[in-house]
Design a protein around this ligand. Structure first.
Ligand SMILES: Nc1nc2c(c(=O)[nH]1)N[C@H]1C(S)=C(S)[C@@H](COP(=O)(O)O)O[C@H]1N2
Ligand SMILES: [Mo]
Length: 378
């Protein structure tokens, strides 16, 4: 199935009464009153930016991106299977997992499609604006701990991952894989988020956390991991979640072989609070967050003259590798008029946020400058 026929299928699937009923039921139970839901099937909801001003995104405010209706899993009977290129296949219960050495990591979860609605020309797919992102503290077990116990065989350069969600009809399953090198570095099988058991919509009882990598790698409702020599095949590896090897012109359609699987996030900063009107001579503060696929943000800068000059914003003291960095900038307008204020971030690998995002036909990883308009009155 190619992307276009898949999108058409998904549109038809959205009309199926059974699926719609299931979504409505799920919403009634979960009650996401403060998220902005973007579609009818499954649950895709982003967070309004003015609620993303804290270092940690509260559990009920973290965006939700599910391809299909979320499965309900009984944690008491849940198991995680580890087989494939290992010397001992294993099946772990949640209790087994929780007895293994525990690790905590605070990092950003961002959907690859965050900002898709901002691309020109317009693109099919969930019309995310800025809020398919959050920063949370994840608790669980390093995937390496589990693979060490199973006896990882050499040559297994990929980890195939499987969740428990079931697609409707002929829609392909959300089966994925990621490079073993990254998995062994810092990927986690998380069972808690911000000190609470993982919620249903966020992948209970356990999900993958891949610091610095886009959300599509963070398999929810994890049920099986399979070390393998080759990457997984299928729609969600060969067609979706691919990114052009070389930049192209807006509107250009790349062939599968001209793209690679999308991995690390791009450097990005977002304004979360700014006044729309301000009087001359009164200090005002603009705030936001910045993050990257590199572990740290070293600089956030503001321009009020379309990028000719930049002044540094203040970085908040809180930071962890691959977490977001809150920033603020206080400014006293000196003259009346309309001012356009834009922000850009620089990461610890020297990546600088570009004015325009790189074009790609799926609308992934939009990271163009974010700006806000302030009317200064005399
Ligand atoms: N099993 C499963 N895992 C999944 C998905 C899914 O649809 N099914 N969506 C992925 C995508 S595209 C993203 S962006 C993140 C979103 O995680 P969240 O819903 O906890 O924010 O989960 C990922 N893991
Ligand atoms: Mo995503």
């Amino acid at each position: 199935m190619n992307r276009r026929s898949f999108v058409r299928y998904a549109a038809v699937a959205a009309l199926l009464p059974r699926e719609v009923a299931a979504v409505l039921r799920a919403q009634g139970q979960e009650g996401h009153k403060r998220l902005l839901q973007l579609n009818a099937y499954a649950l895709d909801a982003e967070t309004p930016l003015d609620l993303l001003t804290g270092y940690i995104t509260p559990n009920d405010l973290l965006f939700i991106r599910s391809h299909y209706v979320a499965p309900r899993i009984d944690p008491a009977s849940w198991t995680l299977t580890i087989d494939g290129a290992v010397s001992r296949s294993m099946r772990l219960t949640l209790g087994d997992l929780q007895k293994l050495p525990r690790t905590d990591t605070t990092c950003v979860l961002q959907c690859a499609g965050n900002g898709r609605s901002l691309f020109t020309p317009h693109l099919a797919g969930v019309q995310w604006r800025h809020g398919a992102v959050g920063n949370a503290r994840w608790t669980g077990v390093r995937v390496k701990e589990v693979l060490d116990r199973a006896g990882l065989r050499s040559g297994a350069h990929h980890l195939h991952t499987f969740g428990s969600d079931i697609p409707p009809g002929q829609v392909p399953p959300f089966h994925r894989s990621l490079e073993m090198e990254k998995v062994l570095q810092d990927a986690i099988i998380a069972y808690a988020m911000n000190g609470e058991p993982l919620s249903h919509d966020h992948g209970a009882p356990a999900r993958l956390v891949v610091p610095g990598w886009a959300g599509d790698h963070w398999m929810k409702w994890l049920r099986q991991i399979v070390p393998s020599r080759r990457p997984q095949t299928g729609f969600y590896m060969d067609t979706a979640y691919r990114y052009p090897l070389l930049p192209g012109k807006p509107g250009q359609a790349f062939k599968t072989e001209e793209m690679r699987p999308l991995t690390a996030l791009f450097v990005k900063s977002t304004i979360t609070s700014a006044p729309t009107h301000a009087p001359v001579g009164m200090p005002l503060t603009i705030r936001g967050f910045a993050f990257s696929g590199a572990p740290d943000i070293v600089r956030v800068e503001i321009t009020d003259d379309d990028g000719k000059t930049w002044t540094p914003a203040d970085l908040d003291h809180q930071h962890d590798p691959y977490a977001w960095r809150l920033w603020s900038w206080t400014w006293t307008p000196q003259a009346a008029g309309i001012r356009q204020i834009a922000v850009r971030a620089t990461d610890s690998r020297g990546g600088v946020q570009p004015r325009e995002p790189a074009w790609n036909q799926s609308g992934y990883l939009h990271n163009g400058w974010h700006s806000t308009r302030i009317e200064v009155t005399a």
